[in-house]
Ligand binder design. Structure first.
Ligand code: FAD
Length: 299
């Protein structure tokens, strides 16, 4: 189902993000998690895309397995980094063939390694170029839906670190929408004011597509550190850090604090009629299920 129809039918959308597992054991754990989260009837689930060859295959495999063996709508992430035009074309062909209707189009970050990444070898320099290409793919007539793929793009409520000029950054975001994106999914954030401010700046920039809020419940101190490393631009408020500090390293307490914090964030977002909430699940079901229960969400 095209994302425009999904959002039109089930506002606010609730969606979950998974990353492709690397071992048989973690794959089994992920499918157990997916089974539990499937009961919550998400609007769609999205699957991240890595920077290197073998992990990329794992994304394609996971997307098709979810499509074949569950009732869920998988939305694969696709990045510009390390891809030629031919490669992107053949990935889109494959997704069209298997009736995958939507894609989240990203630039991606260069792979970490010794050799610096030569961006001039990438066919598409920015996500907006990839969005335009995915839009054009509909002319190939391979998508079942005449609108072609539904396309999502990333948004950064607290700004993307590479563009300190926030006004310019909104122009770049607008380019992605003008190139054909249907919705924005945001980077995780811990202060809803940042999200509401981002919504207002989008409106002022003439960006009128739905904006889905990215939420990540903190479930461990280690996870929080990792998140701070990975989530470009995201600030961790002192209020949350203090609450975690009070747990004195007790794992269960940290998890409860993280779930409680994310629940309050979601409750406030829902009261403010947002378009959707996207949970960064880290391939675990417990925190997301806990939030659903506390919010009394039934779908
Ligand atoms: P772009 O929109 O291309 O922007 C990148 C930077 O370039 C920004 O600073 C922007 O302002 C600037 N820019 C854009 N256009 C221009 C222009 N014309 N001229 C000059 N500057 C310009 N990464 C992965 O590798 N795999 C994933 O699966 C993945 N999933 C993600 C999901 C979400 C919801 C989010 C928020 C991020 C995800 N990322 C993922 C991370 C993302 O790829 C990085 O944060 C990346 O640095 C930015 O991607 P983008 O698509 O926003 O890039």
């Amino acid at each position: 189902m095209h994302i425009t129809d999904i959002i039109g039918e089930s506002k606010p959308t609730i969606s979950f993000e998974f990353f492709p597992p690397k071992t048989e054991q973690s794959s089994q754990a992920l499918f157990q998690c997916i089974k539990e989260l499937e009961e919550l009837k998400p609007s769609f689930v999205s699957i991240t895309y890595g920077a290197g060859g073998s992990t990329r295959e794992l994304t394609h495999e996971l997307v098709l397995r979810i499509k074949d063996s569950t009732s869920l709508t998988p939305v694969p992430h696709l990045t510009c980094v390390n891809h030629t035009e031919e490669e992107i074309f053949s990935i889109l062909e494959k997704y069209a063939k298997y009736e995958i209707s939507n894609v989240l189009a990203l630039r991606g970050d260069p792979p970490t390694g010794d050799a610096p990444h030569d961006r001039s070898l990438d066919a598409f320099q920015y996500a907006s170029h990839l969005v335009g290409y995915i839009q054009k793919f509909k002319e190939s007539g391979q998508c079942k839906d005449p609108r072609g793929f539904g396309i999502g793009v990333a948004g950064f409520p607290e700004g993307h670190p590479e563009t300190p000029n926030r006004i310019l950054e909104m122009d770049h975001l607008k380019q992605k929408i003008d190139s054909g994106a249907d919705y924005i999914c945001t980077q995780l954030f811990f202060d809803n004011h940042d999200f509401y401010d981002f919504q207002e700046r989008c409106q002022l920039s003439g960006i009128n597509v739905p904006i889905i809020a990215g939420i990540m419940p903190v479930t461990s101190a280690k996870g929080l550190l990792r998140m701070a490393e990975l989530a470009a631009g995201a600030r961790i408020p002192g209020k949350l850090l203090k609450a975690i500090d009070r747990c004195n390293g007790d794992t269960e307490s940290i998890k409860r604090v993280g779930i409680q914090y994310a629940t309050e964030q979601c409750s406030d977002l829902l009261n403010n009629s947002i378009d959707g909430i996207h949970f960064y699940t880290l391939n675990r079901s417990d925190a997301t299920k806990g939030i659903f229960q506390s919010l009394g969400l039934h779908r």
